[in-house]
Design a protein around this ligand. Structure first.
Ligand code: ADP
Length: 444
């Protein structure tokens, strides 16, 4: 760990290499009849310092890979800017782009499929050099031999094919290829996730050694939170295309401030089973990035969501049932009606959602439900039965939604070192996140 702390201090004094401003990457959504776009990356801001390892964590589908690919121009940004040493690379094209590309490379998760099995290892590593017309042919071959040795492979491996190698060795080939043009910046997209644990450690050590030797700056993408803690100086936690919390790694792991970070970290298995963990179980599944919540991206699952003042006295279990009903109706509103359903709706014989009564009974049975809540739930149920789940969804949001449902939070600074968290709870008028979450922990 002392190694990580030393690196952190080095990086903290460094200058900015990559500056990301209001970056968006949307897929699809063009054209009048097109469905709404997938908002894979939705307005993110951060900097990566020269020489640091910057981690990107979050569940699958949160937009990590898309963000990584956009930073190295494997994807074109929808909006915003990505500046390297002050140059906005989202604007580059033609020969300028080609020249810049040598400076930023990517290592992929799956060394199996990311290497062309019809090429020899030597050809694979040499390909970027050939493409950039790097020096003479014999110098290129010499460079490949040198790279093989840098990543712990041998000269005679030049004429072998990828399938003759183990997973760890194939990842070494991928790393050698990424290093060929002497880049400053490398995006490592889950570089060890597909490898055995013992091999993972070796590849991590190799990446650390190469970083020191060649002054590399890394963006390290992972869903394995322990690896990130070990290797990264700073980390950003992503959810549904948004950065929820960002800051110094040790600090963030020791004292997470965002409800999503707290939930994510509480799920890490601990080596000592006798230590009590307050595991936070998140309800539901992440919403579709085509239809993200209107307020905070995490609001549909957040255990620390702020309740509107008018319902402050509703018992917790009853309020949880209200939230679950909203989730059920939200999911239903996403299902499009079949042609038969449309016809039945027109004929006033719409029955597809008849079981909504049963759901309500299951949810609220044995609970004390204030009359006002009952009335609103009943109204929403009628809308669902009329085949209008979208209206029911909006009605419930208007009635039971608080600031988290309706308004995007700000990024609040939550520590002296400049860590930021994206959550309304950091506004002085609301209770602190930790105080609220403690009642949701199952203590398991
Ligand atoms: P992560 O790396 O965190 O698993 P991704 O960046 O791969 O997340 O994906 C983020 C979202 O963008 C997902 O919902 C995914 O389905 C969507 N997505 C990724 N690539 C494309 C694409 N080429 N076209 C459409 N949607 C995509």
């Amino acid at each position: 760990m002392s190694n990580a702390i030393e690196r952190k201090q080095t990086a903290a004094s460094g200058e900015t290499l990559v500056d990301v401003q209001d970056l968006k990457k949307y897929y699809g959504g063009n054209g009048f009849f097109a469905p709404p776009p997938v908002k894979a990356v939705d307005t993110v801001n951060f900097e990566i310092k020269r020489g640091e390892t910057f981690g990107l964590v979050g569940e699958s589908g949160s937009g990590k890979s898309t963000l990584g690919r956009t930073l190295v121009r494997l994807e074109q940004a929808t909006d915003g800017s990505v500046s390297f040493d002050g140059t906005d690379i989202t604007e580059l094209s033609g020969s300028e782009l080609k020249k810049w590309r040598s400076n930023a490379q990517m290592v992929f998760q799956d060394p199996e499929s990311s290497l062309n099995d019809r090429m020899t290892v030597g050809e694979i590593i040499r390909e970027p050099l050939d493409a950039h017309g790097w020096k003479t042919k014999s110098e290129r071959r010499e460079r490949v031999t040198e790279l093989l040795s840098e990543v712990g492979l041998r000269e005679e491996h030049y004429f072998r094919y990828p399938h003759q190698f183990s997973g760890g060795q194939r990842q070494r080939i991928g790393i050698a290829r990424a290093l060929a043009l002497e880049p400053e910046f490398i995006v490592l997209d889950e570089p060890v996730s597909a490898l055995d644990v013992s091999v993972q450690a070796k590849i991590i050590t190799l990446l650390e050694d190469l970083q020191e030797e060649f002054d590399l700056t890394y963006l390290f993408i992972a869903h394995d939170l322990s690896v990130v803690r070990h290797i990264c100086d700073r980390v950003a936690v992503m959810y549904l295309g948004k950065i929820m919390e960002i800051g110094d790694t040790e600090e963030l792991y020791e004292d997470p401030q965002n409800p999503y970070t707290q939930a994510l970290l509480s799920a890490i298995p601990r080596p000592d089973p006798t230590v009590t963990i307050d595991r936070i179980t998140l309800p539901g599944t992440p919403p579709s990035p085509r239809d993200p919540p209107q307020g905070c991206q995490f609001s549909t699952r957040c255990p620390a969501k702020i309740r509107p003042e008018a319902y402050a006295d509703v018992p917790d279990e009853t309020w949880d049932a209200v939230e679950q009903l909203r989730e059920v109706i939200r999911e239903r509103s996403r299902m499009s009606l079949s042609a038969t359903d449309q016809m039945r709706k027109r004929l006033g014989r719409f029955s597809r959602f008849d079981d909504i009564d049963e759901t309500v009974e299951d949810l609220f049975e044995e609970l004390s439900v204030p009359q006002a809540v009952q009335d609103h739930v009943q109204h929403a149920v009628e809308l669902v039965k009329d085949g209008e789940p979208e209206e029911a969804r909006t009605y419930l949001r208007d009635e039971f939604g608080g600031v988290c449902d309706t308004t995007r939070p700000d990024h609040h600074q939550v520590s002296a070192s400049g860590r930021e968290s994206y959550c309304h709870r950091h506004d002085a008028e609301y209770d602190d996140v930790t105080a609220v979450l403690s009642k949701y922990s199952d203590g398991a």
